[in-house]
Every structure is written in C-alpha cells, then in structure tokens.
Design a protein around this ligand. Structure first.
Ligand code: NDP
Length: 316
C-alpha cells in the first residue's frame, strides 16, 4: 500500500511539481485544489500517472471549505502519512483588502488561517496512520526574514502584538497587527505565521506523536504564476533578475524536488527545522537547517498567534 500525501495548491507551480516528484517517489498524492479542472489538466500536462493521484476540492480562503475537504478525505478511507501546506496567494497591487466568507482578510486567511485549521484537523488523521514516519511540511519564504538580503526589501513583515487578530480580524481590521492595509506585508505576515505554526506544532506535538514538522525555502521560483497579480513588466524582469543578478533562481521542477525531499527523504527526518539551500544557488548546493527570523523564532509570539488563530478558525 502506497503512502498518501495531501498537497494543497497542487494545480500550479511548486505544488504541482512537488506532486509530480512525490508520485515519482511512489507516493499517492491527494491534490487539494480549488479548481479541479485546472488541476486535472496540470497533472496531465506534467505527466503524473493517473493512478498516482486523486483530486479533492478545497478553497483555503474559506474555513467551511477546509472542513468539507477533511470530511471528503476521511470518506475516501485513505490513511494520511504527510501533509504539505503549499497553496498561497500574493496580490501586491490590491488597494482594498479582499475578504473570506467569514469576513477575514483573504491573503492571511488563505495562506495561514486555512492551513492552520487544516493542520489542526488533520492531526487526527496523521495520528491514526500506523506508518512509522509522518511529516507536516509548510512552505516558507526568504521574504519572511529581514535578516537576509531577500527579506530586507520593505515593507517588512511585522505581526506586532497581533492586535488585529485579537480584535477579531474583521472589517475594519485588515492586518494581523491591526495597522493599515498593505498587501505585500499581508503576504509576508502570513508566511511568518506559517513558520510560527510549524514551530509551535513541533513544540506541542512532536514528542508525543513522533510526527516531523518542517518548513523550507525552496529558492526563488521566479516564474511560477504566484506573481500573476504583479505588473506585467515585473513578471518579465523578475526571473531574469533572479537568474542573472542575484543567482537566486530555481526552476519549478527543482523547487518541487526539494519539497518532495523534505516530505519523503530520510535526510529530512528532523522536526522543527526550516530547510534552505541558500539565496544564491550553487551547483550541487546542499540543504542546511537555517535559523528563522527573530519574529518567527519568538516562542511567546508563536503561543499567542496559536491561541488567537484557534479562536479565529473556531477551534477554541
Ligand atoms: P502558484 O501561484 O504557482 O501556486 C499557488 C497554488 O495555490 C495554486 O495551485 C493555486 O491554485 C493555489 N491556491 C491559491 N489560492 C487558493 C485557495 N484559496 N484554495 C486552494 N488553493 C489555492 O505559487 P508558487 O508555486 O510560487 O507558490 C507555492 C508556495 O511556495 C507558496 O506557499 C509560496 O509562498 C511558496 N514560495 C514561493 C516562492 C516563489 O519564488 N515562487 C518562493 C518561496 C516560497 P490556482 O491554480 O487555482 O490558482
């Protein structure tokens, strides 16, 4: 019997190629996507064998949809050996915030709150699987970390004291820190929450369950559709800039391989770790456990983020 991995946002970019690389490693991939027709076409286009994947609907920007996904997954009778939180939106040009059906700002909901709920609900499924090794992998990004070159470009992420979460995160609140809406910062804030979630899950559950929790920065995958909401000129120049000037560029295939390695390879069985291959890609460059940003390694902040997120998603 194959091991099963759920990959969110597997209809494009890093998630699609991670699905492909995991299928090649002998896993069965549940592609958790909001557009199943698009996901099916994508799976066919990159050549994932038909019997290696199942499509299931999820809209991470809706907490009800996350709950229905978990019901559908359970009804399938599959066991769960790994979960990859990959889906994300990045909308740098928004002037006004978009909202989830619950009324929460949509970037934070999709990237963080939806995955936070999914991870919490699926802990039971992971625990139930008899497999000796189980993993949860959450995609991070260099832009979460102002200590690094890629993270120095303003606006910097800042969760403040999570005043916006504490105030209920609905209109007129738009940001985790309760300050003015800033779409690029909303994305970076959500990625800080992703790393905090990984570290807090490790602290809460690793010892008692043996589940391995990790995060990674796969490199700058400058030509994924993540940048589809940016200026067209940016979309043209950014990959060239990353390829020829910063040296940060990685292909979608390589990024997918890296995610699959962190999910499946024995070398990545350490919990609580943020894996990186560095900002400048070297030939045969090796991965290493990287220190995360001061905010993302702040245990007190992780605890507060966890408790407030539990309230926002209706778990507490
Ligand atoms: P893409 O835009 O190519 O892929 C994002 C995926 O998320 C798509 O499958 C998209 O679905 C899905 N998605 C978006 N919103 C929702 C939703 N509400 N419900 C379900 N699925 C949704 O981006 P990337 O592949 O570049 O990014 C993947 C991850 O990698 C993200 O977490 C990102 O932060 C991270 N990352 C990316 C880097 C890069 O340079 N590109 C660098 C570091 C990290 P659909 O196809 O329907 O739009």
């Amino acid at each position: 019997q194959k091991s099963t991995v759920v990959v969110t946002g597997a209809s494009s970019g890093v998630g699609l190629y991670a699905a492909k690389a995991l299928a090649a490693r002998g896993w069965h991939v549940v592609m958790a996507c909001r557009d199943l027709k698009k996901a099916e076409d994508a799976a066919q286009t990159v050549g994932i064998p038909k019997d290696s994947y199942t499509l299931m609907h999820i809209d991470l920007g809706s907490l009800d949809s996350v709950r229905s996904f978990v019901d559908t997954f359970r009804a399938s009778g599959k066991t769960l050996e790994a979960l990859v939180c990959n889906a994300a939106i990045y909308k740098p040009l928004l002037k006004q915030p978009e909202r989830s059906p619950e009324g929460y700002e949509l970037t934070m909901t999709t990237n963080h709150l939806g995955h936070f709920l999914l991870c919490n609900l699926m802990m039971d499924d992971l625990k139930r699987s008899p497999a000796p090794e189980k993993r949860v992998v959450i995609l991070g990004t260099v832009t979460h970390n102002p200590d690094e070159l890629g993270g120095k470009i303003p606006p910097r992420p800042d969760l403040g004291n999570l005043e916006g979460f504490a105030a209920g995160f609905k209109d007129p609140v738009t940001m985790a820190d309760g300050k003015k809406f800033e779409p690029v910062k909303a994305y970076k804030d959500s990625k800080v929450c992703n790393v905090l979630t990984m570290r807090e899950m490790h602290r809460r559950y690793h010892d008692s369950t043996g589940i391995v929790f990790s995060s990674l920065y796969p490199g700058c995958v400058a030509d994924t559709p993540l940048f589809r909401n940016h200026y067209p000129l940016f979309q043209k120049l950014f990959p060239l800039f990353q390829k020829h000037i910063t040296g940060g560029y990685v292909s979608q295939e390589l990024a997918g391989e890296r995610v699959a390695a962190v999910v499946a390879d024995p070398a990545y069985n350490q919990s609580g770790v943020y894996w990186s291959w560095g900002n400048r890609q070297k030939k045969d460059g090796k991965s290493f456990a990287q220190r995360v940003s001061p905010q993302a390694r702040d245990d007190e902040k992780a605890g507060r983020m966890w408790e407030l997120s539990e309230k926002l998603v209706g778990l507490a």
